[in-house]
Design a protein around this ligand. Structure first.
Ligand code: COA
Length: 353
């Protein structure tokens, strides 16, 4: 009997190890943060994605057959609940909460620890979906080993989230197609402050080996960090104050970006409310060498930023000056997303009370 229990315990330990993981904690340093010491949203997104990739890849390799790497396919909408500062320690924990036939859902929590006072705060909760690719064949998606659920309700709840994101994804695919418009080069010399053209910004990045997975395509976290960097530049150019990431809407990673590509990440302000700014970010990949595949849009997403005063309190944002019907249309769409997100956030707060 003792023997049986011992074996069962070891099995349980091994099993839980695959499904839960704690990412090594990391001290936040000046190069993780902006000039006033707030850790960049992009740095946090990168840590979240690394934790998700590790646990997703580990789980998908617990079966015989092809070895594989889990690629980020989607991140659900993420809110930044509290700021994190230089000198604090980030703790990241990840857990696989649902497995479909070819994808896994990973829930990640980020806590910031003040090591002087010992206080800890939950700064982020994120849900990410990963799809495993065979190491032998980059185009082959492999089957995901099943996970054990604590209860039938937990499994049903996971299935509901899986079906919901699948539905939402179909809509985004259509929207992405519609948005394949080129983003014009920024021209601040001829643009008035607070117009869309004035704050519009881009950066160009050559994808190197350190940006990539074992399979030679970009880690989702690297892409999100670049996106957050551009969105932050747009927000700061618009309001010329300290700015922080408040949230990121759901992002779908429809196309891989391979090593050696040149990526152009561009951001445009779409909407301003009294105290927030929405920035749409586009990631275009240009495979320099593989000429048969032309330039393509790999990802788009909406980031929301807040302007802060010296005490860290939200400031009113200069209203966006719109030029033309297209900007007006995008502003109205942004307002719709803002109102929907606000309603959901307030409903969430009420439920917790
Ligand atoms: N979010 C969550 N799951 C997704 C997804 C998304 N955006 N896109 C596809 N999936 C899931 C599907 O539900 C399916 O799982 P299921 O069979 O259990 O339902 C599985 O992925 C395969 O879907 P399929 O329709 O066969 O594949 P696809 O042609 O849509 O390709 C990807 C999906 C993710 C493989 C493809 O879009 C891709 O390669 N994306 C880039 C991944 C990457 O490089 N990430 C880092 C970005 S910088």
């Amino acid at each position: 009997m003792w023997h049986f229990h011992g074996k069962y315990w070891i099995f349980k330990r091994l099993f839980l190890k695959q499904v839960k993981c704690v990412y090594p904690f990391r001290l936040m340093r000046p190069d993780d943060a902006n000039i006033v010491g707030n850790v960049h949203g992009g740095t946090i997104l990168k840590m979240i994605e690394e934790a998700g990739c590790i646990i997703g890849t580990r789980h998908c390799n617990t079966q015989p057959g092809d070895r594989c790497v889990a690629a980020l396919a989607r991140v659900e909408r993420t809110d930044f609940l509290y700021p994190m500062f230089i000198g604090e320690v980030a703790h990241v924990s990840a857990e696989i909460t649902y497995a479909s036939k070819h994808s896994v859902e990973v829930q990640v929590n980020v806590m910031s620890e003040n090591i002087l006072t010992g206080s800890k705060k939950l700064t982020n909760k994120a849900a990410l979906w990963y799809v495993p690719f065979s190491i032998q064949n980059l185009e082959k998606i492999i089957k995901v080993p099943p996970i054990k659920y604590a209860s039938a309700e937990e499994e049903a709840e996971g299935k509901r989230r899986y079906e919901a994101q699948k539905m939402e994804r179909l809509e985004t695919k259509e929207r992405n197609g519609e948005l394949s418009r080129p983003v014009p080069a920024p021209d601040r010399t001829t643009k008035e402050p607070h117009t869309v053209g004035f704050s519009q910004s881009s950066l160009i990045h050559l994808v190197g080996p350190s940006d990539c997975t074992l399979l030679g395509f970009v880690h989702g976290g690297v892409t999100m960090k670049l996106m957050d960097e551009v969105a932050g530049i747009v927000a700061a150019r618009h309001c010329k104050t300290n700015i922080v990431t408040a949230s990121v809407d759901a992002i779908n990673f429809h196309r891989k970006i391979k090593k050696g590509c040149v990526v152009t990440v561009s951001g445009q302000m779409t909407f301003t409310s009294n105290k927030s700014m929405e920035i749409e970010v586009f990631v275009d990949a240009d495979p320099l060498i593989e000429t048969e595949e032309g330039k393509y849009r790999a990802v788009t997403a909406f980031f929301t930023y807040i302007s802060l005063d010296k005490e860290g309190k939200p400031l009113p944002v200069p209203p966006l000056k719109l030029e033309g019907e297209e900007e007006q249309k995008r502003f109205e769409e942004g307002k719709e997303r803002y109102l929907q997100n606000k309603t959901k956030r307030l409903a969430g707060i009420e439920r917790k009370q």
